[in-house]
Design a protein around this ligand. Structure first.
Ligand code: SAM
Length: 218
């Protein structure tokens, strides 16, 4: 019996009422035990709608942001999805629930210790449709490209060119852009390869650090 089941159910109910998140995303979030993706000291706050520290100056995103990004991506069963900024592995697990066993999530994380921890939790929970990779996600992950969907969980100076290249025609990317003032963008690549961008709204993320991101000292 999961002692956090009731708290998780209430959190998802609130997200449904306040944001109108889709049933698909709600169902996935009901299944993923967020308390196992945060350090033990924060376990009891895991179902409060807030980001929490996961070490190395990084955070697990707030549940409402995970839900919003999943809905904006319009995820479907069987899709191949790239996550840039795997962090704790929680967001990847939610996406993995939606794309199912026929789909696949590749999550890149630049901090090896976080990637190791995420890998272990996902393994224990049986998410064999998630692959965690250590590296600079601003360069994407060409080995598995192209992707139906790409999402970035750290804020970039601009849309990294490799990510545009690795998105399938007809695919979609969701990415925060900006340093101090940040906005979440929905980026569509049409069948002819043309890019269409729209702003969803203001957001707050840690910086995306890498070759096509911010430099470490910035
Ligand atoms: N999605 C994560 C989760 O569910 O826990 C939260 C991610 S946290 C808000 C952003 C993550 O992006 C951090 O773990 C950070 O180390 C990572 N990051 C920053 N720049 C990166 C890069 N160039 N490549 C890969 N990961 C990066």
């Amino acid at each position: 019996m999961d002692p956090f089941e009731e708290k998780r159910r209430r959190m998802v109910e609130r997200l449904k009422e306040e944001l109108g998140i889709s049933d698909k995303v709600a169902k996935a979030m009901l299944k993923v035990p967020r308390h196992l993706f945060v350090p033990k000291a924060y376990e009891r706050e895991a179902y409060v709608d807030t980001p929490l520290p996961i070490g190395f100056g990084q955070t697990i995103s707030a549940p409402h942001m995970v839900a919003i990004m999943c809905d904006l991506l319009d995820l479907k069963e069987g899709e191949k999805v790239l996550e840039v900024g795997g962090g704790s592995g929680y967001h990847a697990a939610v996406v993995a629930e939606i794309v199912g066993k026929k789909g696949k999530v590749i999550a890149i994380e630049r901090i090896p210790e976080l990637a190791e921890r995420a890998k272990e939790v996902l393994r224990l929970l049986g998410y064999d449709n998630v692959k965690i990779v250590v590296g600079d996600g601003t360069k994407g992950y060409p080995e598995e490209a192209p992707y139906d969907k790409i999402y970035v969980t750290a804020s970039a100076p601009d849309i990294p060119k490799p990510l545009i290249e690795q998105l399938k025609p007809g695919g979609r990317m969701v990415i925060p852009i900006g340093r101090y003032e940040q906005h979440l963008y929905v980026v569509d690549k049409d069948e002819s390869g043309k890019i269409h961008k729209r702003v969803w709204g203001p957001v707050r993320f840690v910086p995306l650090v890498g070759e096509y991101g911010f430099k470490e000292w910035e």
